[in-house]
Each structure stands twice: as structure tokens, then as C-alpha cells.
Design a protein. Structure first.
Length: 116
């Protein structure tokens, strides 16, 4: 499975961005997908996850109510809609996919910078 992110950039606090993660390869083997982020000097942290079966989602407390994760199976793309962005959301965002047969795959990361 290969993952390619896009959609990062520079935005003012209070603004919005939508990240995309295009998936190719053995997508049928994916059991869950999601987003992590890593700010300078900090460990990579989970932002959101979406399950392949049922579409259940889960979010970090810091983004609940502001971010929405979704997946479009018709074009094999996962999204992260980020609203009411804050300077503390500044990080490199990575998408990932995991499955019992395929293991764990990461995208290359996309930079999100929120100015105050």
C-alpha cells in the first residue's frame, strides 16, 4: 500500500485546511486509516482514525469538534478537514494505513503551519 498526502500549507489562526491522502495498492487489506502529526521537538501523536468496517472514527481530545476524518472509497482517498485551526496545530501531518496482512504504511508527510 502506498500513501501520498497533499493539502498542507500556511493558514491564519481560525482558518481551515483539508488534507488528502491518496491510497494505492492492496486497499482491500486495510483495516484502519488515520492521521498522526509531529510538531518540532515533540513525538508523533495520533490525531484521528477511521475504521474500514463501519466507518467508526476517533479523535484526539485536542481536535475534537474541529477536525473531521473521512474516507471516499470510490477514489481511494482519505481526508482530514481541519477547521478553526490554532497555532498549536502546526506540525507535519502523516497519514497511515494498517492491516493484519499488510502491516503499517506511512505517507511522506505534509506541513501545516498556522500563524497567530
Amino acid at each position: 500500500v502506498q500513501l501520498v498526502e497533499s493539502g498542507g500549507g500556511l493558514v491564519q489562526a481560525g482558518g481551515s485546511l483539508r488534507l488528502s491522502c491518496e491510497v494505492s495498492g492492496s486497499t482491500f487489506s486495510i483495516s484502519a486509516m488515520g492521521w498522526y502529526r509531529q510538531a518540532p521537538g515533540k513525538q508523533r501523536a495520533l490525531v484521528a482514525v477511521i475504521m474500514s468496517r463501519g466507518g467508526n472514527t476517533n479523535y484526539a481530545d485536542s481536535v475534537k469538534g474541529r477536525f473531521t476524518i473521512s474516507r471516499d472509497n470510490t477514489n481511494n482517498t482519505m481526508y482530514l478537514q481541519m477547521n478553526r485551526l490554532k497555532p498549536e496545530d502546526t506540525a507535519v501531518y502523516y497519514c497511515y494505513a494498517v492491516g493484519s496482512a499488510m502491516g503499517l504504511s506511512w505517507g511522506q508527510g505534509t506541513q501545516v503551519t498556522v500563524s497567530s
